[in-house]
Design a protein around this ligand. Structure first.
Ligand code: GLN
Length: 313
C-alpha cells in the first residue's frame, strides 16, 4: 500500500465536499440535550496520509463531541496496557446485532459475547484502564486520545454535564455489567469516566489524524510518535470493522471495506491501512445513528482513491 497522489486526493475531497454540501437528510441526535443544539450545517472533511500530508475541505476548526468514536481509543489503551487477549476475553469481539445501548444485548449472553463499540462493552473497557483513582484513569485516557490526535484535547463541559444529567440508561448498563461480573468494581465510576470520554471535543482534522495513526501502524504521521504497538493495530481495526457503525456495520463494510467508527456527535473516521485516515463531521444522523453526509463523503473519497483494502489492484 502507498499513500494516494496529492492531486487525486484534492480532487476527491473537494468533489465530495461540494456534492454533499446541499444534502440535508437526517437529524441531530437529541437524546443528549446538548447535541440537539449543535449547528446541523457544520460540515468538514479531513484526510491525513501515512506520510503526513493533510487535506481538508469545509469547517475543520469547529469541534463536536467525539462520542462513540472514543470507544476505539479506550479499547486501544486497554490493548496497549494489557494485550489483545484482554479485550478478546472481555467484553469480547463479536457483533451484538442490537442497538448500541441495548440491554437485550447484555442479557443475551450474560454480559459476554459482545464488543467494545457498544455501550456495555465500552463502559467495561473504560473500567479496565489502569490507574488507582478517577483522576489518574481519566488523565491516562485523555492523554492517550491526545497522542492519537497530535494535540492536547479537552472535554466540552456542556456536553458532559448534559449527558451526565440524562444518562440513567448507561448507569443501568454499567451496573448490569457489574452484576454479571464483567466490570470488576466501581461501575458508576466507569460510567462517569465513559461519559466524560464521550464529551471530548474534536475537529475533523483531529479525527483524521487519529485514523491516520491507525492507518500508519500505530505511529502518528504528524508527530512521529508510536502510540500503539504495530502488532496491536489489526485487532483494533477488526473490532471497528465488525461493529464500528452499529447495526449498519455490514452495509458500511460492503460499500467501502474500511474499518470505521461513528459517533452521535456527527463524526465518522475511517482507516485505509497503509494509505490514509479520513474523517468527516456533519451532525445530522440517519436512523441507525450514523452521520448521513459523513458516510457518503467518506465512501466516495475512499473509493476514488482505491482505499478499500480488500480491492487489490
Ligand atoms: N455517549 C453516547 C452514549 O453513551 C455515545 C453513543 C454514540 O455515540 N453512539 O449514548
Amino acid at each position: 500500500a502507498a499513500p494516494p497522489e496529492p492531486q487525486a486526493v484534492e480532487t476527491a475531497v473537494n468533489a465530495a465536499y461540494e456534492k454533499y454540501r446541499t444534502l440535508h437528510e437526517g437529524k441531530n441526535a437529541d437524546y443528549i440535550p446538548a447535541l440537539a443544539q449543535v449547528d446541523p450545517e457544520l460540515y468538514g472533511i479531513a484526510l491525513v496520509t501515512v506520510d503526513g500530508k493533510v487535506y481538508t475541505a469545509g469547517d475543520i476548526r469547529s469541534e463536536v463531541s467525539i462520542q462513540s468514536i472514543s470507544k476505539v481509543f479506550t479499547m486501544a489503551k486497554v490493548i496497549e496496557e494489557s494485550g489483545p487477549q484482554a479485550i478478546f476475553n472481555n467484553p469480547g469481539v463479536d457483533a451484538t446485532g442490537q442497538v448500541f445501548n441495548s440491554i437485550v444485548a447484555i442479557e443475551q449472553y450474560k454480559g459476554a459475547e459482545m464488543n467494545a463499540m457498544v455501550n456495555p462493552g465500552a463502559i467495561t473497557a473504560t473500567s479496565m484502564v489502569g490507574g488507582t483513582n478517577y483522576d489518574e484513569i481519566w488523565g491516562r485516557i485523555l492523554d492517550y486520545y491526545g497522542e492519537f490526535a497530535g494535540r492536547k484535547l479537552a472535554v466540552l463541559e456542556d456536553v458532559y454535564q448534559s449527558e451526565a444529567a440524562t444518562n440513567q440508561r448507561n448507569q443501568a448498563i454499567g451496573r448490569l455489567m457489574y452484576a454479571y461480573g464483567r466490570i470488576k468494581d466501581n461501575p458508576d465510576r466507569a460510567t462517569d469516566i465513559y461519559t466524560r470520554q464521550c464529551a471530548v471535543g474534536v475537529n475533523a482534522r483531529d479525527l483524521a489524524t487519529m485514523a491516520a495513526t491507525l492507518a500508519n501502524g500505530g505511529r502518528n504521521p504528524l508527530t512521529g510518535r508510536q502510540v500503539l504497538k504495530p502488532d496491536y493495530v489489526p485487532e483494533v481495526l477488526a473490532v471497528m470493522a465488525t461493529a464500528g457503525l452499529y447495526d449498519d456495520s455490514g452495509k458500511w463494510l460492503y460499500l467501502t471495506g474500511l474499518p470505521a467508527k461513528s459517533g452521535v456527535g456527527g463524526g465518522i473516521l475511517a482507516v485505509s491501512p497503509g494509505k490514509f485516515g479520513i474523517a468527516v463531521i456533519s451532525p445530522p444522523l440517519d436512523a441507525a445513528g450514523n452521520s448521513v453526509r459523513a458516510q457518503k463523503a467518506i465512501a466516495d473519497i475512499s473509493n476514488a482513491l482505491d482505499g478499500n483494502p480488500y480491492a487489490v489492484k
